[in-house]
Design a protein around this ligand. Structure first.
Ligand code: NIG
Ligand code: FE
Length: 425
C-alpha cells in the first residue's frame, strides 16, 4: 500500500497523456484516456492514476487528506505554457491601432516601436512593480489551467534591467504556485544605445551579461530572436555557442516572419526548441524531424497579427517533429494568456486534431520547457498538477470556443483554483 494525502475521485474521464515524451507522429494523438478514474498523490507527487479497484487495493489515504470529487468532470494534466514573455511593463494599444490601419509588426519595429516601446516601459518600472505584474498574470493563467510557465526576460536589453526582470521572476516563483522556467533573452532586440552596431551588442552580451546571469543562477535557458533586422544566423550562432559553453540550455525564436536558417541552426546546436516557425522551410522541417529540438508553435501570433501565414503544423507532425503549443504571451505580437484558447487555435487555425492539440499543450509543452520529468502527464512520479474541466468530454474543450472550461486546479497536491476561483493559502 502507498500513502496518499490528496485524492481526486471518480473522474468521468482522465486524459493522462502518459507514455514517452516528446510525442511524435501518431503518438501525439494518443491521450491515454482512463474512464472512471481516480488519481492520488503524496507530498505533491502522483502515486496512483487508474481505475477505482486498483486504487482501493493499492492506496491508503491519510486522515487529513484532501478529497476532490471529480464526478462529472474531465481531468487533464496542468497545461505547460512553454513560451511567454511574462515580465513586461506597459501595453501597446497604440501600435495595435496602427496595425489595424495597415502597418505591419515589422514596419512598426523598424520605426523604433515594437519591442523597444516595452523596453522603455520596463526599464522605468521597479522590481516590486514587475513582481506584482507577474503575480497578477500568473493568477490569470492559473485560472485557465496553466500550472507551469516558461518566462523570458528581454525587455531590458541592458545588464541592470535584464537582471531586474529575472529577479522579478525568481520572486514571483517563490510566491506563486505556478512553476516558472526562467529564460534569459537579452538577445531579443538591439537596444537603442547599440543601434546599427548589433555585433558590438552581441559582444557585450557574451562578455558581460550572459556570465552575470549565469553567476547569479537566474536563468536555465538562453533564447535569441533570429530574424531579419534583429539577429542574423551568424550572430545567433555566436550567442548560442557562448551560452551553451556557459551551461545554458538553448531556445531560438526562428522563422517567425523570415526564413533565415535559425531553425536548422537550432537543430544542429542541440537546442531544446525552435519557436514560431511560421516561415519554416522544408529543410527546417526536416532538420527538426531528425533532431531532439521541439517545434514550439504559437498560433496566437498569426491570430493577433492577423497574418494569413501560419506555422505548418500538419507537415511538422507528419515529418516527425516534436510539436508543442504555447501562448507567446507578450504585449506586441500575442496579448493572450489562455492555453485553452491556444489549444482551440491549434485546431481551428493549424488543423491539428483535438488530441494532438491537447498533447502539444501538456506533454510536449513540458518537453519544450525542460520539465518532462515532473510535468505534462498524469503518471506516478510526476507532480500532482491536474486540471478539472466541467465538460461532457474532451472534444468540448475545443468545440465550445473562447469559454474557460476550468473548474478546479490542483498544483502539487493542493487545490489552488476551486469552482473557478483562486484559492490562496
Ligand atoms: O515572440 N518575436 C519576438 N518576440 C515576441 C514579440 C515581442 C514584442 O513584440 O514585444 C514574439 O513574437
Ligand atoms: Fe516570443
Amino acid at each position: 500500500m502507498t500513502s496518499a494525502d490528496c485524492v481526486v475521485r471518480s473522474l468521468r474521464r482522465l486524459i493522462t497523456c502518459r507514455g514517452p515524451i516528446p510525442k511524435r507522429k501518431e503518438s501525439l494523438a494518443d491521450l491515454g484516456v482512463i474512464d472512471n478514474a481516480w488519481v492520488a498523490s503524496h507530498r505533491g507527487k502522483i502515486v496512483y492514476a487508474g481505475e477505482e479497484p486498483g486504487f482501493l487495493r493499492q492506496v491508503k489515504v491519510e486522515k487529513e487528506a484532501v478529497w476532490v470529487d471529480g464526478s462529472g468532470s474531465i481531468g487533464l494534466p496542468g497545461f505547460v505554457d512553454s513560451h511567454t514573455h511574462l515580465p513586461f511593463a506597459g501595453t501597446r494599444e497604440e501600435e495595435f491601432l496602427l496595425r489595424l490601419k495597415g502597418a505591419t509588426y515589422e514596419q512598426l519595429a523598424s520605426r523604433g516601436m515594437g519591442i523597444r516601446t516595452t523596453v522603455e516601459a520596463t526599464r522605468k518600472t521597479d522590481r516590486d512593480e514587475l513582481v506584482a505584474l507577474c503575480l497578477g498574470r500568473l493568477d490569470e493563467m492559473l485560472l485557465q489551467g496553466t500550472t507551469t510557465v516558461e518566462a523570458k526576460s528581454g525587455y531590458g536589453l541592458d545588464l541592470e534591467t535584464e537582471i531586474k526582470q529575472l529577479e522579478a521572476l525568481e520572486e514571483a516563483a517563490a510566491r506563486h504556485p505556478v512553476d516558472i522556467v526562467p529564460t534569459f533573452m537579452g538577445a531579443h532586440e538591439i537596444p537603442p544605445e547599440f543601434r546599427g552596431r548589433s555585433g558590438e551588442y552581441v559582444d557585450f552580451l557574451i562578455s558581460e551579461v550572459i556570465p552575470e546571469v549565469k553567476k547569479r543562477g537566474l536563468a536555465e535557458f538562453f533564447d535569441v530572436f533570429c530574424e531579419r533586422g534583429v539577429f542574423s544566423v551568424d550572430e545567433t550562432r555566436r550567442l548560442v555557442e557562448a551560452a551553451k559553453e556557459m551551461g545554458f540550455k538553448i531556445k531560438i525564436h526562428s522563422d517567425e516572419f523570415t526564413a533565415l536558417g535559425g531553425t536548422e541552426l537550432a537543430a544542429a546546436a542541440g537546442a531544446r526548441s525552435a519557436e514560431h516557425l511560421i516561415a519554416v522551410t522544408e529543410e527546417g522541417i526536416r532538420a527538426l524531424a531528425g533532431s531532439a529540438t521541439a517545434a514550439v508553435l504559437l498560433p496566437g501570433v498569426s491570430f493577433f497579427l492577423m497574418l494569413e501565414k501560419r506555422a505548418p503544423a500538419r507537415k511538422l507532425i507528419a515529418a516527425g517533429a516534436a510539436v508543442a503549443l504555447a501562448t507567446d504571451f507578450n504585449p506586441g505580437s500575442s496579448m493572450l494568456d489562455s492555453m485553452p484558447f491556444v489549444i482551440q487555435l491549434g485546431v481551428y487555425t493549424l488543423r491539428m486534431t483535438v488530441e494532438e492539440a491537447i498533447s502539444a499543450a501538456t506533454a510536449n509543452g513540458a518537453y519544450a520547457a525542460g520539465r518532462e520529468d515532473v510535468a505534462g502527464t498524469i503518471e506516478p512520479g510526476k507532480n500532482m498538477d491536474i486540471v478539472l474541466c466541467d465538460v461532457h468530454d474532451y472534444p468540448s474543450l475545443i468545440y465550445h470556443v473562447a469559454r474557460n472550461p476550468v473548474r478546479h486546479v490542483i498544483k502539487k497536491g493542493k487545490i489552488v483554483v476551486r469552482d473557478g476561483v483562486r484559492v490562496s493559502f
